[in-house]
Write a protein that binds this ligand. Structure first.
Ligand code: NAD
Length: 528
């Protein structure tokens, strides 16, 4: 039942590539048994385990590769790169033993294990098909909802359903109350960019890892900005609105080509850099300001201060994060410093621009136009909610000339949604099946290479970041052959992964009980 896991343009299937060699491929394990992490592994009662039982699994040889390339040399800093020259060379020239398929959870009880309980995943808010398919291919039981759920509805659903993984987009709020109320949840996937809809601290303290997809829609935003630059310089939205009212207004005054104009980019990160390349292809001169020195792409040039950029830009576009330093980054004073007749574009975050000051500047004619995709307060649902109650500056803005207002659609494309689905889906699978926290926002990033050999089990231990915990863990593991071990911490939460060889089922029981009963323990899983 092993299915290919396609991540980006990697075709990751577990099939053999000529001569019986594993291909440059991921394949992920089927999951035929499951239970959430805070429960106990099955009681083991003898030397002759029933077929398919925990004990039997401990002793049988898996037939499929797991979610990492078999040839990966990495034991720590990241997902093994299936495309690195070293990996490619190895996969072509050596016979590689397939990694062990891991059963991702310690079953709650022997009965549950025998019932073959599958991991349950709840995906809300119309999460993209790409993720649904990917998770189902793992054998997970995936339930979906088109809309978000309110706090109590979410609690009731999660508690009743016994889900181990929750997938949301930006509208579902996972509050501390939700987290405290659900005991089975292991992981949350935010199928979007931001994660402020989740109480990350509460999730971390509960041992729930949270993943997101911060950069899958960079290209979509960059393309929208290009379209806005053209639309603003041609006053296209005002003309289009007039036409709907039967007004024929063929003007060229104040309308410009963008060729040869200067685009000022504030924040030369993922989006800013993509935009830089597209804008140059349109014949624009690109200048940018960033708080860190960043290598320019093409002919772009970094300037020393924001004021320098304000003074030279025909179009100023913002691509900075929302952090205390960027609140009202562009206010009345900065707008005054912008060239007369220039344009302002904000697709970053709503609080970066003072929108009341923008209305004043547009009405005075100092700025010739603006495109705003993000707002200090945005409605939680689609409908007639964008009004004065939400944003007091709305009446002033709604009567400004050459102003394009869009409802935070910068990253909203089919392509971006697919990429987000695939990226977050893959992160959930990596965490559930293999314990890897690469890309987690509230856990330290820890990953171990695939397990080769049947008698190795993997301990995944989230704990409070306190002195003495590692000493206590190692006192428990000291009696065993620890093949590899890695730990890291992030704020209050620390995460340890250890691969332990030659452990009997009784030994696993001892390790699990010992580690999970430590005072600092937050969540313990044994993948076997
Ligand atoms: N409109 C949308 O739908 C949409 C979609 C995706 C992202 N975004 C937003 O776009 C923004 C940029 O995203 P990204 O992926 O390019 O982020 P990024 O982290 O890749 O880049 C941000 C850049 O801003 C720089 N920066 C930080 N503070 C700065 C300051 N005070 N002055 C100048 N530069 C500063 C950083 O050094 C970094 O290079 C974010 O706010 C993100 O939330 C919006």
């Amino acid at each position: 039942m092993s299915q290919p896991l396609n991540i980006g343009n990697l075709n990751l299937d577990g099939s053999s590539a000529g001569g019986g060699q594993p291909s440059l491929a991921y394949s992920t394990s089927p999951i035929d048994q499951f239970s959430p992490p805070k429960h106990h592994y099955p009681l083991n009662n003898g030397d002759a385990p029933a077929a398919g039982s925990f004990s039997a699994r401990m002793m049988t040889s898996p037939k499929q590769t797991n979610g990492f390339p078999a040839s990966s040399p990495s034991s720590a800093g990241g997902l093994p790169s299936a495309t690195s020259p070293r990996d490619r060379a190895r996969s072509l020239s050596t016979t590689v033993q397939a990694p062990k398929v891991l059963t991702p959870f310690v079953p709650r009880s022997i009965e549950e294990q025998e019932e073959k309980v599958h991991p349950k995943v709840l995906l809300l808010e119309n999460v993209n098909e790409s993720a649904i398919n990917m998770l189902r291919e793992q054998g997970y039981v995936v339930e979906t909802e088109k809309s978000a759920l309110g706090e109590q509805e979410l609690i009731d659903r999660l508690v009743k359903g016994g889900y181990s993984a929750l997938g949301i987009r930006s509208k579902t709020k996972v509050t501390a109350k939700v987290i405290e109320s659900v005991k089975n949840l292991v992981v949350i996937g935010c199928f979007c960019i931001g994660t402020n809809q989740v109480d990350l601290l509460a999730a971390g303290r509960a041992g729930i890892a949270v993943f997101n997809s911060p950069f899958s829609n960079s290209r979509s935003v960059a393309e929208l900005v290009i379209s806005e630059i053209v639309a603003l310089s041609r006053q296209m939205v005002d003309r289009a609105n007039e036409m709907r009212q039967g007004i024929w207004n063929k003007v060229s005054k104040g309308c410009w080509e963008i060729r040869g104009k200067t685009l000022g980019i504030v924040g030369y990160g993922h989006i800013g850099a993509q935009l830089s390349v597209l804008a140059e292809a349109m014949g624009m001169q690109v200048r940018y300001f960033d708080v860190i020195p960043i290598m320019p792409l093409g002919q772009a040039q970094q300037v020393g201060t924001l004021d320098d950029l304000l003074a030279i830009s025909d179009f100023l576009t913002l691509h900075v994060p929302e952090i205390p330093e960027t609140m009202n980054l562009i206010g009345a004073e900065e707008m005054r410093k912008m060239k007369k007749g220039s344009y302002l574009i904000n697709n970053a975050r709503g609080k970066v621009v003072d929108l009341a000051a923008l209305a004043t500047s547009l009405k005075s004619g100092h700025l010739a136009g603006a495109a705003i995709d993000v707002f200090p307060r945005e409605p939680a649902a689609n409908g007639k909610y964008f009004n004065e109650d939400l944003n007091p500056f709305f009446p002033a803005l709604s009567t400004c000339p050459n102003l394009i207002l869009t409802p935070h659609i910068g990253g909203s494309t089919e392509e971006a949604q697919r990429m987000i689905g695939a990226e977050v889906g893959a992160a959930l699978i990596r965490y559930i099946n293999f314990g890897s926290t690469l890309g987690a926002v509230n856990f330290p990033e820890v990953s171990l290479k695939p397990i080769i050999g049947d008698d190795i089990v993997r301990l995944c231990f989230a704990h409070l970041n306190r002195p003495g915990v590692l000493k206590a863990v190692n006192a428990i593991l000291g009696a065993y052959n620890v093949e590899r071990q890695l730990t890291d911490s992030k704020g209050e939460v620390a995460y340890l992964m250890a691969d332990i060889a030659e452990v009997s089922p009784e030994g696993v029981r001892k390790i699990y009980d010992g580690v999970s009963s430590l005072e600092a323990s937050v969540a313990t899983r044994v993948l076997y």
